[in-house]
Design a protein around this ligand. Structure first.
Ligand code: GRF
Length: 196
């Protein structure tokens, strides 16, 4: 199973996926690329450390979103991924890319969707006063944070939680949940290890 991760900045989910591929927790898999749209993002260093080919396509360097996405699409197609994992990719993927990879693009979002779509999901959850928060892994469709849900993991909201403490608790759940989903996809997939 060939995986490509798209990330914009920190990369802790990328790191969890890379570790899980390396240790065989996600079996029959190869991380064939990390694509980042922001210069200087820590995730680029993480990719180097994991010896995953890193590609920087700075979204700011293009005159418009279409030209940026054309470049991104061409790169994605050249990598022939079985799945593309969005992991803290801070732009909305345009329809040309979503249509080119039907049911092959996954995203992780720090809320129990359909609650709290979009940015600042953790802040929204705290403002709503919910007792349980969590994360969702779902297939990407053209609408933001929609698409069939693959897995969710709940975490409690503790008294005195702020955005930082709750985000940290959710992030732990994210790493575990993303890896579990990819493990399941690898095992369910018809792709088998190549035998000589
Ligand atoms: C995560 O909370 C993820 O759910 C959201 O962006 C954050 C990325 O974190 N989409 P990291 O870059 O993987 O550390």
């Amino acid at each position: 199973m060939k995986l490509v991760v798209l990330a914009s900045y920190r990369g802790s989910n990328f790191n969890a996926i890379a570790e899980a591929v390396k240790t065989g927790k996600i079996p029959y898999s190869e991380l064939v690329g990390l694509i980042c749209n922001r210069e200087g993002a820590p995730v680029l260093e993480l990719a180097k450390r994991h010896q995953v080919p890193a590609h920087l396509i700075s979204s700011k360097a293009f005159p418009n979103r279409e030209e940026y996405e054309d470049k991104l699409l061409a790169l994605l197609q050249s990598l022939h991924p079985d799945f593309v994992c969005l992991a803290g990719y801070l732009l909305l993927l345009g329809p040309s890319i979503v249509r080119a990879f039907p049911s092959k693009i996954l995203n992780i979002h720090p809320s129990l969707l359909p609650a709290f779509r979009g940015l600042s999901a953790v802040k929204q959850a705290l403002a709503a006063g919910v007792k349980r928060a969590g994360c969702t892994v779902h297939f990407v469709t053209e609408a933001m944070d929609e698409g069939p849900i693959l897995a969710q993991k709940e975490v409690p909201v503790m008294p005195g939680d702020n955005e930082e403490t709750l985000s940290a608790r959710i992030l732990q759940a994210e790493h575990h949940t993303y890896v579990k989903v990819l493990e399941r996809l690898a095992k369910d997939s018809l792709i088998q290890p190549k035998t000589q």
